[in-house]
Design a protein around this ligand. Structure first.
Ligand code: FAD
Length: 347
């Protein structure tokens, strides 16, 4: 016989273990949610069917409120949009944002906190995890159940299945390439989620800690974002100079593609660091990835091997890039690229 008090404890435990609610930390730009944050919402949806999702947006000014209104009304299907409006969040400094996650999580009692695995999320989430005294799980590519996750290790050469056994909330960064955006937008209907202002009265001052915002530099370009582009054209060390790298840029322009680079090309100063693809750069999985004069080092493959179609041009028939390429051409890029530029019509 089970005593009533024991039975009620079993029921409480069962419902507790089933109650999943997720806080998604989102990035926004120009009044819109960034695609990688939409992927994070998609990951949150895959935790459970009836998972209420709160989308947390922070920043200051009208762009924040425009982004919140868009997020509340568009096809994201989140349950609510939380808005933290303060100058503290004008820049993505990890300390105030981590403190914000801590505050919101404590108030909302979320079982999961998710953000995209980009430089923004990777900077903030581990700090929030430290404040919450839990271990974060990073770079998740598959959610098997609410506490069982798959993530790549050894530069993507092995997959590790991790069970979260912590007592506190489960904090995850997810790879947006593994939770593609197009399907969520197609699946979901228009929404009318409430927008709630986060009460920052207990946030306190002096949250910035030891870091200080200095400036933001990025290339002013109309090319698609490397992380979400359908086509990526990448150049390696073989380009030999920044001047020659312009051939890659021209080809990308003709194809409406984003430009990528290997670390060797970035270290040599041909292009800025933000274009690096690989283990210590961006992770991409476009429809088409074109690699010119790229050897295919393991650290580079870690960032692009999930691309749907890989095309490689290298003068060395033994180059490792050919092992992952769907189409390979053994040739000199200084002959092949000009020929392509000549044959591909202007957009
Ligand atoms: P190379 O390896 O020098 O290859 C150049 C290729 O061009 C060669 O295969 C050559 O045959 C070919 N070539 C030369 N001339 C021509 C020509 N005229 N026509 C056609 N082909 C030609 N690398 C990354 O890319 N991304 C990362 O995120 C990254 N992270 C790293 C992290 C760590 C911890 C470490 C240790 C390394 C990392 N690297 C990374 C560096 C990586 O190991 C390689 O050194 C780098 O990817 C090589 O770049 P590459 O292919 O441009 O140059």
């Amino acid at each position: 016989r089970i005593s009533p008090s024991f039975a009620s404890r079993i029921i409480a435990f069962t419902s507790d273990s089933r109650s999943i609610s997720t806080l998604v930390l989102a990035e926004h730009e120009g009044g819109a949610i960034k695609p990688q944050s939409v992927s994070a919402v998609k990951a949150a949806k895959s935790l459970s069917n009836d998972n209420p999702i709160s989308l947390l947006l922070a920043g200051s000014g009208s762009a924040l409120h425009e982004a919140a209104a868009n997020a509340a009304s568009c096809d994201l299907s989140v349950s609510e949009v939380l808005v933290a409006d303060s100058d503290e969040f004008s820049h993505p400094l990890a300390e105030p944002w981590a403190k914000l996650i801590h505050l919101v999580q404590q108030k909302g009692g979320y079982s999961h906190v998710i953000t995209a695995s980009g430089s923004f999320g990777k900077n903030i989430l581990p700090r929030a995890a430290a404040l919450l005294d839990v271990s974060p799980i990073t770079d998740v590519i598959e959610i098997s159940d609410p506490h069982l996750f798959v993530r790549p290790i050894y530069a993507g050469n092995a997959l590790c299945t991790v069970r979260y056994t912590g007592a506190g909330p489960c904090l995850l960064t997810v790879r947006s390439t593994s939770f593609p955006v197009s399907s969520i937008l197609a699946d979901s209907k228009s929404n009318d989620a409430p927008i709630t202002q986060v009460d920052l009265s207990t946030f306190g001052e002096d949250s910035v800690g030891k870091s200080r915002y200095v400036k933001h530099t990025s290339q002013d370009t109309e090319r698609p974002d490397l992380g979400n582009a359908r086509v990526v054209v990448t150049g390696g060390r073989a380009l030999k100079s920044a001047e020659n790298f312009k051939m890659i840029e021209k080809l990308a322009e003709k194809l409406g593609a984003a430009v990528g680079a290997t670390r060797a090309a970035v270290d040599a100063g041909y292009v800025p660091n933000e274009l690096q693809v690989g283990q210590t750069g961006k992770i991409v999985a476009p429809e088409l990835y074109m690699a010119f004069g790229v050897s295919g080092a393991i650290q580079h493959l870690a960032g692009m091997r999930d691309s749907k179609v890989i095309v490689a041009v290298n003068k060395d028939a033994e180059a490792p890039i050919f092992q992952v390429a769907d189409y390979g051409l053994v040739g000199d890029i200084f002959e092949v690229i000009p020929e392509l530029l000549e044959k591909i019509p202007e957009k």
